[in-house]
Design a binder for this molecule. Sequence first.
Ligand SMILES: [Zn+2]
Length: 240
Amino acid sequence: MELIKIDEKYFLHKKVQNILMVVTTANTDFGIHPKFDNYKENMDFIKKSFGLSEIYTVSQTHSDIVHVCDEDFVSRVEGDGLITTQKNRAVGVFTADCVPIFLFDENKGIVSAVHSGWKGVYNEIFLNAIDIFIQKYNSKAEDITIYIGPHNMKCCYEIQDDLREKFLNHHRFKNNPNIFYGNNLNMIECIKNSVVSKGILEQNINLINYCTHCSNDVKFYSYRRDKESLNRIFSFIFIN
Ligand SMILES: [Zn+2]
């Protein structure tokens, strides 16, 4: 991903044909949260900067709910994943340590953003997005591309014994020796494990290789490091 600067704000940016993926950063102060007074101002800034007519978001609850955002979709309903086929209307998720995941099928013109903490990984929310691609839009699994965004990675994401136990007993992950790095959970490995089981090709799984907790060259907000802060990064995808 390329780092770009717009009005003193830094964004990670990646274009694949006519699909654009963008992640806000904390290189300069740009914490975004729906509860903040300047939320609308920040979203309007993003719309203007990227030529968007709409940005769809959901009220994230660590669920496995994925919404299709058509013209009538109303943002802020409960859910953790969004899909759209509309041009210049972004779908995006807020994170600080959880995993933002982009999915798209450039042949069919479908894009998705998913928020996944350990619960989303455990419940494989991204598979619900893939199911909608395949069942509603007739995508072929081998045509779906995935980008795993900046999150608390295996270098830093230590979890407690009971959660470790839960993952070690997971029907899909239990035979994978790579999901732990010491006591740290490797969510990338889990996500790969899940999506490959759906027929996603390994070469179509890409990593935006930054840890929100310890990355220095590009900075992010980290829920664990920043303690009580509501600052979030915003990861969004759209068709141009
Ligand atoms: Zn780290």
